[in-house]
Design a protein around this ligand. Structure first.
Ligand SMILES: [Zn+2]
Ligand SMILES: [Zn+2]
Length: 269
């Protein structure tokens, strides 16, 4: 197996982890930190046609990570430490393989903002304010610590161009005279009719920026709407495997053509 991707602490030689609080690499043993400068330049939006052709061409170094495959929910999770349970569904029906590379190299990464401890505090607070939460949720909380996962997400931009045409119709009314045989007299009545206008046509143009599609079959895209509003261009960093250090990574199992099919539906329907 190839060498584990890692960055060593200059103080004590232990492996660094990415620390959301300081937005830097931090040594879990001696606390030494190394800054991770933000980088936006590397983020590229790829032409879809080209990307569909070469979807598997770009892989990235995660050599030496362990791959945990869950036979219950199908999740594939890359981690530096092997876990006995699936972080998605809690199943113990997991097996381990060696992981050579990510199936596709991400263009960007949205680094963690909260430490697992901060997330746990927020979760506890949420649980207290929701007394009706299922009791097994309360029990599970004692058993398992909160784990952070990087989730694979596809984003699409689209320029939508549509041609439309219509013929306007206007309701008009006019008064007409008619002969009423029952009274043998002329009377008047009001009739409504449609007057058709000149047909009109035009073009409609719209730009959709960063339409999100889940890269995991087991994570419905609709869940992303619930946690949306986070992905601003300034939060997104150019991909750097350093951000993954110490965290788990769910591997995408939805290839680009399938993801685009979903993205297309979100945009056009
Ligand atoms: Zn250290
Ligand atoms: Zn699972």
């Amino acid at each position: 197996m190839s060498e584990l991707y890692t960055r060593r602490c200059r103080g004590c030689g232990a492996s660094f982890s990415y620390d959301p609080q300081s937005e830097a690499l931090k040594c879990p043993y001696c606390g030494h930190k190394e800054p991770l400068p933000p980088a936006y330049e590397g983020i590229q939006e790829i032409d879809l046609e080209e990307a569909l052709k070469a979807a598997q061409a770009q892989t990235t170094t995660l050599t030496g990570y362990h791959l945990v495959y869950c036979q219950t929910c199908g999740a594939e999770i890359a981690a530096q430490e092997v876990r006995a349970t699936c972080g998605f569904c809690g199943s113990e029906n997991v097996s381990e393989k060696a992981l050579e590379a990510l199936p596709i190299k991400p263009q960007g990464v949205l680094p963690f903002r909260l430490t697992p401890e901060e997330a746990q505090t927020l979760f506890d607070r949420w649980l207290k304010s929701h007394w009706f939460a299922p009791s097994d949720l309360r029990d599970k909380r004692k058993i398992e610590k909160i784990r952070g996962f990087y989730l694979p997400i596809w984003t699409f931009d689209a320029q939508v161009w549509a041609h439309w045409s219509a013929q306007p119709g206007y309701y008009r009314s006019r008064t007409e005279r008619y002969f009423d045989p029952s009274t043998r007299s002329w009377r008047t009545r009001t009739v409504t009719y449609i007057e058709w206008g000149v047909p009109v046509s035009g073009h409609h143009q719209d730009f959709y920026d960063d339409v999100l599609v889940s890269g995991l079959t087991s994570l419905p895209t609709s869940y992303l709407d619930g946690v949306g509003g986070f992905a601003t261009p300034s939060d997104l960093q150019a991909y750097n495997p350093d951000y993954l250090l110490g965290w788990e990574v769910a591997l995408p199992d939805k290839p680009l053509p399938a993801a685009w099919k979903e993205g297309y539906q979100r945009i056009y329907e």
